[in-house]
Design a protein around this ligand. Sequence first.
Ligand code: ADP
Ligand code: MG
Length: 228
Amino acid sequence: MTPAGSLLVAQNLRKTYGSTPALDGASFSVHPGEIVAVMGPSGSGKSTLLHCLAGIVTPDAGTVSYGGRELSSMSDAERSALRRSDFGFVFQFGQLVPELTCVENVALPLRLDGVRRKEAERTALEWMERLEVGSSAGRRPGEVSGGQGQRVAVARALAASPKVIFADEPTGALDSLNGERVMELLTESARTAGTAVVLVTHEARVAAYSDRDIVVRDGRCLDAEYAV
Ligand code: ADP
Ligand code: MG
């Protein structure tokens, strides 16, 4: 089952930690520009799936292909380069660099890609304004609220114009009002930029922002419509 036109395709992934199967035959695909919500109970394998898709974790069996190329056929250096050039990440607690200002954090992926400081920070600031945190540019992550920090993290994920954003419970640590706004801004910005999003979330409300929902249960992916 390889849906035509998919950007990222995982087939029959298996991953076991000790005697715990985290993934047990999971298959998944996302098209360019598509927003897919990945739901399911805690411990069902959502984060492991996301890490395999992003080439951070190597599955025990099964394949992940990006743009028709198997991640397992690449060297570690090629996979790292691909993550820098094509992927953006947002995690539950932002994971910003505490010593850098917010605008320096957002500019970091561009700087790592060889963009000069001035231009990187100008692009970073544009994204921060779009995410409604332009006024936090000069502050350090410790000096902004959780909701602002997550917006900064979303701006950082989008700033280098990735093809895919991987977001693992990006609003899990926020109250529902902030969470919804971050979700709205993330999906709106991704849509404007034509970025595919793999969005792991607990919140059923996210369905409103996604094109398609899947449920992970016992290490397998089910179409949300049939998973009830
Ligand atoms: P979810 O994100 O849906 O909560 P995870 O993918 O994090 O689920 O975990 C799936 C299963 O794999 C769980 O039983 C979890 O304890 C186990 N697991 C995940 N990562 C590790 C790891 N690095 N070491 C050991 N066990 C892990
Ligand atoms: Mg998880």
